[in-house]
Design a protein around this ligand. Sequence first.
Ligand SMILES: Cc1cc2nc3c(=O)[nH]c(=O)nc-3n(C[C@H](O)[C@H](O)[C@H](O)COP(=O)(O)OP(=O)(O)OC[C@H]3O[C@@H](n4cnc5c(N)ncnc54)[C@H](O)[C@@H]3O)c2cc1C
Length: 425
Amino acid sequence: MQTIETDVIVIGAGPAGLCLARALQRSGLRVTVLEREAEAGLRAPAFDGREIALTQRSVRLLRELDMWRRLPPDECHPLCEARVFDTDVRDPMRVGGSDEPLGWLVPNHAIRAAAFEAAAASGDVELHAGVRIASVDTDAIRARVGLEDGRVFTANLIVAADGRFSEMRRALGIATRMHDFGRAMLVCRVTHERPHEDTAWEWFDHGQTLARLPLGRATPAGHRSSIVLTLPSTRMRAVQAMDDAAFADDIAGRFDGRLGAVSDPGERHVYPLVGTWATRFVGTRAALLGDAAVGMHPVTAHGFNLGLLGVERLARELREAAQGGADPGEPVRLARYERGHRIATAPLYLATRGVVGLFTDDRRPARAVRAALLRTSAHFPPFRRLLAASLADRPGKNGLADRQTTARHGFAEQGDGRPRGADRW
Ligand SMILES: Cc1cc2nc3c(=O)[nH]c(=O)nc-3n(C[C@H](O)[C@H](O)[C@H](O)COP(=O)(O)OP(=O)(O)OC[C@H]3O[C@@H](n4cnc5c(N)ncnc54)[C@H](O)[C@@H]3O)c2cc1C
């Protein structure tokens, strides 16, 4: 049996795990990343349909981690405005519309590739890909991870960053609250006729939720967006089974013609919608990170953004420990990470669950409440500012414009100055 000593073991080379590994470079800590997937899949991850809306704060963090410059510029699309619609409400809630984008849309596979490249460029990170973990145990003295090939890694701290259905979380004896939304989410890139104006839509319709995420400049073929369709899983199967032409027509119809004609659909990816919330974020010589700690419903686009907040917080604790010659697995540090991260994530996790529950409930009382909420937001700038601040991680007061109408993107006027009237999109 070969025993390998290190300081921090990160389990999972997803975006959260790799960002933490990179954030610990030159801290003096030896970091070992253990990943189930083969290295080739990490170096050049396959497209998985997810377009990640990054807040400005996340972009700043990715810059600090030397990752932002590694992303292909033609894969980073500005998100200037977001509009939330409800079929029962005439006017949408609008967020953004100022000169600075709310955030950026970047495909998940590109983030993963950039994170891998940045972590691999860090001399202090050792990556073991394609490994199978056989055992995990921790005590007050040391943490140990045994691999199926007989190797044993020991460290001061294990960080489980192995995703929302984390096996390591279970192995560490940490329970999780799971909420199955009973729906599936389909994501797919399409070309469409009408311009997207760098504006995202979220449309809570009867029986379905739709979103449209703008993907940069028009091509001669048309405008490119990612569409997001949420349906009960049973109804999703029929959509998955359609051929490309039928699917494109189906999407054009679901958007009620607001995209114009839809063509050239890319690969479709479907995700089950399950939110997870670990009952503890730390254990003895162990911490949970990324989706392993908090698995958000994607509707508010916060999963990875919160993951990055966790990276920042945990890295700060571990770097401080290393600077002071202290033990990075000290309970007091882990407790601080846990407290801070729970406070930072709980309101959004709970609010998202509440919003999704309310906005996908087609019964009459729920529809009346959400219509009232959206109408209130139209006349209550602080509510919109709060949403804007949470989307962009900037204080509402100095941050995003909360204009209800703008000439550039707005509903009040078309490009020619005519009132839009019936066309509210
Ligand atoms: C459709 C969709 C849209 C989304 N949109 C947004 C958005 O707009 N904005 C946003 O911020 N977030 C968004 N998210 C969430 C975001 O994708 C996740 O929060 C993020 O990918 C989580 O990263 P992670 O590293 O924690 O986990 P993962 O990406 O799940 O990575 C986990 C890693 O651990 C590895 N692993 C698993 N088990 C083991 C094991 N036993 N041993 C070793 N390795 C293991 C896996 O192979 C993987 O590499 C979206 C999610 C979905 C599904």
